[in-house]
Design a protein around this ligand. Sequence first.
Ligand code: AMP
Ligand code: ZN
Length: 114
Amino acid sequence: MTECLFCKIANKEIPSNIVYEDEKILVFKDINPEAPVHILIIPKMHINSVQDINESNSNVISHIFAIIPKLAKDLDVDEKGFRVVSNIGEQGGQTVKHLHFHMLGGRNLSWPPG
Ligand code: AMP
Ligand code: ZN
């Protein structure tokens, strides 16, 4: 059995507040939101981070990005804008070692990030 937190969420062993789901991906609300809209988009299959994307698994990444415009519309951030970000490794601030894209919106987001 996997010890990965987001694999457990994908397998419904741990509950989450699901926003969207299909056979390849799960989208759920971040437990510690940094903005009025803060969701996490994950592939159901375990990939450690962006660093482990390759030609054989990248179809799930294009699927994620094909769903983002629909999510933005559903969450009503499509017109005002939003941000999609993935933290990678220690200096990138990645705390969960299962690839995820944060989608943040609903307020003005500063740049550059801290
Ligand atoms: P990162 O720091 O980029 O690895 O992002 C991990 C994110 O997962 C953080 O924003 C956490 O708030 C979020 N998180 C951790 N545990 C859970 C959980 N059980 N349900 C939803 N979000 C979570
Ligand atoms: Zn995992």
